[in-house]
Ligand binder design. Sequence first.
Ligand code: SF4
Ligand code: SF4
Length: 197
Amino acid sequence: MDIKDFWKVKSMEDFTEAEWESVCLKCGKCCVLKSFENGWALFSNRVCDGLDMYTGKCSRYETRLCADCAKVDINLVRDLPELLPETCAYRMLFEGKGLPQYHSLITKDDESVKKAKQRVLDWPNVHSSKDIRNELMSLSEKSLKESWSLDKLDEEENKLFKRYPVVFVAKYPIPGKTQLPNQMIIDLKFEKSDTDI
Ligand code: SF4
Ligand code: SF4
């Protein structure tokens, strides 16, 4: 077997750093703001402001261990796979499903995830929280945390949230779980979307 097929012969714990990184689809789905309710992981159309909305990649990958980002390592995949979408390559490998067929390690095509429309940028009506953060900051001196609380929004700010509505665009089951910790949850009122999948 070709050594390039390391994911088929090595356990995830034994991946080198380079191998671990190469498994990531760079789909950005783990950067989506989400909520966990009644046994479902609900993925919104709002993404972390670190996600570059042109490339679909993290703009601060080296220092991403900020308050709203958890590093995707073997511990997270093993202990809290539900934090990741079912299509996450790490989760799929961990669950014994192998890599998805559109993975560039299989296709040898760096664009194959994009072509398969599996990047979060391909989800409908996706907005960066940076859009809102920048506009909110230009309106007031409030801290971001305060600004996220809808109860405290003034009329101008409420208009902004209407311009960037938060909807669920994906829904994944959480077997046996109803509540999970998530550092990326923000206190927003979510609207149900017809595009739930
Ligand atoms: S900081 Fe974390 S959650 Fe935000 S875009 Fe980067 S990897 Fe994704
Ligand atoms: S969801 Fe998984 S495969 Fe996609 S960017 Fe996040 S860690 Fe990588």
